[in-house]
Design a protein around this ligand. Sequence first.
Ligand SMILES: *Cc1c(COP(=O)(O)O)cnc(C)c1O
Length: 406
Amino acid sequence: MADHQGGFGTRCVHAGQHPDPTTGAIMTPVFLSSTYVQASPGVFKDGYDYSRSKNPTRTALEENLASLEGGRHGLCFSSGLGAMDCVLHQLRAGDHVVLSDDVYGGSFRLIDKVFRHAGLECTRVDMTSLPQVQSALRPRTRLVWLETPSNPMLKVLDIRGVRRIVDDAARGMAPHGLSDPALGPLGAPLTRPIFVVDNTFASPALQNPLAMGADVVLHSCTKYIGGHSDLVAGALVTNDDGLAARLRFAQNAAGAVPGAFDCFLMLRSTKTLHVRMQRHCENAAAVARFLSQHPRIERVIYPGLESHPQHTLAKAQMRGFGGMISCVVTGGLDASRKVLERVRLFSLAESLGGVESLIEHPAIMTHSSIPAEARRALGIDDGLIRLSVGIEEQADLIGDLDNALG
Ligand SMILES: *Cc1c(COP(=O)(O)O)cnc(C)c1O
């Protein structure tokens, strides 16, 4: 299915894409068709009967993303949370989820405010400590979910280490139940935990969790994969055929699929993913160095700095350190607010991963829904600001921050 020919950059440009057989068009056409003509009732080509189930533009994107993550099966969604929702539909009442403590706020909200009412239980732990992961697991744990690097503290979590702990806990448990023909692929309960890594911050260019033991990789394609701040979308990739069938069933049954035009935009975006990520990394490294020498900055958090608590782990499991930086401005809320008001090139906005540089204040903006005490426990200080470093000229980015801090 997925196309694994060539190195990463080659697969960015080509994987899943073939010249259109009728015209030779080199770009995958945007198939804006909701339905497909059948030769005889129930007789149609390659599974194409209705575009919620399957659409050729989406198929090309799904194969492209599967290839970039080194997986056999890719599934695309209308948002990152739509992708997470599809995973959560694999669980049933009474199942338990172990979640890293600083996952994306919307991911926690979906479990805490939606699936908790459907009977899911959830434990959040600081996954930089593997013993804490181990002691959080229960006999009914059916999902282990982490995000690395995390948001906004950029904690780097040990994917291989968590895999070992999940394997120890699952020793003796049956492989995932095959589909119950009477109920469809979701009929059988999960028999062991699924291990999911949200790879949004690293992107497939810097880290491939499937190769380190994840069962499923999730992306908010809204961020680096889309890369141009012009769409909202999500994706799942897996190598597990049984799980892929269950996920595909839920994707169609729940229906949070992206439109063909958004799929086309993403195919355009992934062609430059390797080039963009290289520049994001170079620029962020330079900005992190500048900030760590600035007298108005108390602390810089960037996995590429030796001062980062998991720098060694980041070197071992990532090919680059990414475009996200967090830092604490001396003087708390007032001082950080001034910096955010004074920047000219960095735009004050939520979200991340686009070609343009963004800056934000987690305590007031992206993480304001977390109670102040819990925020402090996570290290989200009132002076903390988060930068999504874009691909502009390094000197201009540093000049802008120098001015704003001045
Ligand atoms: C944005 C984000 C999500 C949610 O994705 P949407 O596309 O906004 O639904 C999930 N995880 C991480 C790490 C994110 O940054």
